[in-house]
Design a protein around this ligand. Structure first.
Ligand SMILES: C[S@@+](CC[C@H](N)C(=O)[O-])C[C@H]1O[C@@H](n2cnc3c(N)ncnc32)[C@H](O)[C@@H]1O
Length: 258
């Protein structure tokens, strides 16, 4: 697998608009990244994670992506959907059951986990990500919560027993994966869901071969994502009763594990 770069990418007017609104003073500057690596003991980083996601060379394998993620993504959400918190809460609001054990796959800097915590105050949440840099930022928000376990893991090989979780979720992950990796992670999410458990996924771009708005930053795997039939992919991974909610530019899928 090759590491994709920003070659060929041309910024557009949306890039400039978002860049002008970002509060650059909110960029994280006081984390000891070397210490975070020692503490979090990361697995080998897959090549696609090193691709120039959002135009940052090295992607999530470098501290820069983690340091800038929160202030930049807040403005990307504002550009596409108006309000980040509302959009994140829209996903968790779709789950009617009350899960005791939640797995947040690819939790990044922890904003997706915080949305699940708002929705289910008593749940035991496990939040995993392959990037120790993203997790170092997440830890600051989540470490005080004794019922949140933050772990540096590759979602392609989860070290959890079959059926360990009532709810397995992923936000904004699949549009950043090569097409041969998405089915592997979906299958792992299915394996660790208990039968009858739910999976909740949120993605920012619709399917159909085309994003509706100009993409503000490079998304090296967007073509793979847009070419995927997600209903088929969920069924193939062993999920049934897939409910799809389209909102703004994106979609939410809630499915039950057979
Ligand atoms: C766009 S961020 C989304 C973060 C978070 N879920 C959110 O909603 O803000 C995608 C995250 O997926 C992580 N990721 C990518 N591939 C992964 C893998 N194989 N296993 C675990 N995490 C992965 C990246 O490190 C990154 O933090």
């Amino acid at each position: 697998m090759t590491i994709k770069t920003t070659e060929g990418w041309v910024p557009n007017e949306v890039t400039a608009r978002i860049g002008a609104r970002v509060r650059w003073e909110d960029v994280v500057s006081d984390i000891d990244w070397d210490q975070a690596i020692v503490r979090l003991s990361p697995p080998p980083m897959p090549d696609y994670v090193r691709s120039s996601i959002h135009g940052l060379e090295g992607g999530y394998s470098k501290p820069g992506a983690a340091a800038t993620w929160d202030p930049v993504v807040k403005e990307i959400f504002a550009e596409y959907f108006e309000n980040e918190t509302e959009q994140r809460d829209l996903l968790s609001a779709q789950v009617d059951s009350v899960p005791s054990r939640v797995l947040d796959v690819a939790c990044g800097t922890g904003e997706s986990t915080l949305a699940w915590r708002r929705r289910f105050p008593r749940a035991q949440i496990t939040s995993i990500d392959v990037s120790p840099y993203m997790l170092a930022v997440a830890e600051r928000k989540l470490a005080h919560d004794r019922n949140i376990d933050v772990r540096c893991l590759n979602a392609e090989h989860l070290p959890f027993a079959d059926g360990s979780f009532d709810l397995v979720t992923a936000s904004l992950l699949f549009h950043e994966l090569p097409e041969d990796v998405s089915p592997v992670i979906l299958a792992e999410m299915r394996r660790v869901s208990r039968p009858g458990g739910e999976i909740a996924v949120m993605e920012p771009y619709r399917v159909g071969g085309k994003a509706l708005k100009p993409i503000p930053f490079p998304e090296p795997y967007l073509k793979d994502y847009l070419a995927t039939n997600w209903d088929v992919a969920f069924k193939a991974a062993g999920f049934g009763a897939v409910q799809t909610l389209e909102y703004g530019e994106g979609w939410i899928r809630i499915a039950t594990a057979f």
